[in-house]
Ligand binder design. Structure first.
Ligand code: FAD
Length: 414
């Protein structure tokens, strides 16, 4: 019997592409349509602020699948096409080329987009944002031209762009209202380590100040800060966070609140409609609350999990959040999730830039970050997921393998 079911995926990036792949892997032999606004086949964004931006690798390194993959797996890839309307009563999606497609199951993997800075001069030429591969190409041309760049925001994107620009020998100034980079996620103590890494590489770190205006004749020539400084520059990169792309879902009446609300099976408030990746604000069984994760690993794993649920397998998505970042010669991985914590315990000397940091709440590790220390991520994740009661002294001692702390708890010797 021919399977005449149609599963549509809106958003042809990491989450969407991995979902399409999984549908086929799991044996779905009906029609799969993968719709994407961008006219480039699905690609990964992390290189866009790192080696791809610096021109060290080319386009072929960023794609999720090789070009032939979609035809080989009979996945209809509708690039350069935006889904403009969703009707969940008639189960159809209208595309901007006028087509209307009926679906049996629908996945929304519409991701997120940069927040814009609405200040005087915000529309001047040379005020750049970074989300797409085209944005990265535009920025790379600027880096090729050298000169001075001001980076607004010391979150992950701002910090990585600053590092790449310095590695390309530009003069770099970073402006950030918080007291240290990455303060919201890591706190003041660990954020200060990242501030020092950038300062040591010659970046001017202006912390604790905002931006009043961009000024220039036709293009941006200087940035005026809220504490009265004027910084001359050739261009600006704004990295002040992203917001989930919820337009399609909200227009269809799906429940949204900081993203599209989904249950632990990644199903939205409308049965048969799922969401995954940056756009999904998902019930997390481990945390007992909704979290929305704007990171690569989340898109990589939620796409496949959503696909399995679209096929009726009812698999909860309970992976711990994980992300990574590379800045200069400093690579890190972070696992877990911490809104607040009691203290941070270090294993190794942060000044050596080879250490592990543990965020502790109620005597349990809630997040861990390994910096230039490798092959410890799995045991760190087990510490968190098994809610191991920790002893600070043993946690800080590099001679006690992290696995041993987990084993001690399992053996009841915590
Ligand atoms: C420069 C950069 C560097 C990053 N570095 C890291 C890193 O080092 N580590 C890390 O963990 N994470 C990193 N990330 C984050 C990571 O890339 C994202 O979490 C990931 O891309 C999310 O994937 P997604 O598929 O959910 O959404 P997205 O990648 O945002 O893709 C959504 C897609 O849906 C399309 N779309 C939206 N609406 C519609 C519509 N109505 N119709 C059709 N198509 C639509 C969009 O055009 C887009 O192509 C980085 C992100 C950027 C931008």
């Amino acid at each position: 019997m021919i399977n005449d079911r149609t599963h549509i995926i809106v958003g042809a990036s990491l989450a969407g592409a991995k979902a399409a792949e999984t549908l086929r892997q799991e044996g779905f032999d009906g029609r799969i349509v993968l719709v994407g606004t961008e006219d480039v086949r699905p690609y990964e964004r992390p290189p866009l602020s790192k080696d791809y931006l610096r021109g060290e690798v080319g386009r072929e390194k960023v794609y999720v699948h090789d070009e032939a993959f979609y035809a080989e797996h009979d996945i209809e890839l509708r690039l350069g096409t935006t889904a403009v309307e969703l009707n969940t009563s008639s189960n159809d999606v209208t595309l901007d080329d006028g087509d209307r497609l009926r679906y049996d199951r629908l996945l929304l993997a519409t991701g997120s987009e940069p927040r814009r800075l609405a200040i005087p001069g915000g529309e001047l030429d040379g005020v750049l944002y970074l989300r797409s591969v085209q944005d990265s190409d535009t920025l790379r041309e600027r880096l090729d031209g050298g000169g001075a760049v001001v980076v607004i925001g010391a979150g992950w994107i701002g910090a990585e762009v600053a590092a790449s620009a310095r590695q390309r020998r530009l003069d770099v100034t970073v402006i950030e209202p918080a007291s240290v980079p990455l303060e919201r996620v890591m706190g003041a103590e660990v954020g200060a380590i990242y501030r020092d890494i950038h300062t040591d590489h010659g970046v001017e770190m202006l912390m604790g100040t905002g931006v009043e205006a961009f000024e220039g004749e036709k293009a941006v020539e200087r940035v005026r800060t809220s504490d009265g400084r004027v910084i001359e520059c050739d261009f600006v990169v704004v990295g002040i966070g992203v917001q989930p792309r919820i337009r399609l879902a909200a227009g269809a009446g799906l429940e949204v609140d900081n993203g599209i609300l989904v249950d632990e099976h990644l199903e939205t408030s409308v049965p048969g409609v799922f969401a995954a990746g940056d756009v999904a604000n998902a019930d997390h069984p481990f945390y007992g609350e909704r979290i929305r994760v704007e990171h690569w690993a989340n898109a990589l794993h939620q796409g496949p999990a959503a696909a399995r649920n679209m096929l009726g397998q009812t698999v909860p998505f309970d992976r711990l959040p994980y992300f990574f970042s590379d800045q200069y010669e400093v690579g890190m991985e972070y696992s877990g999730f911490a809104r607040d914590w009691d203290r941070v315990v270090f294993r190794g000397d942060p000044a050596s830039r080879e250490f592990v940091a543990f965020w502790i709440s109620d005597e349990r590790v809630v997040a861990g970050m390994n910096v230039n220390v490798w092959d410890v991520n799995d045991p760190i994740r087990r510490l968190i997921s098994e809610r191991v009661a920790v002893d600070d002294r043993r946690l800080a001692d590099p001679d006690v393998p992290i696995d041993q702390l987990v084993a001690a708890q399992r053996g009841g010797v915590a």
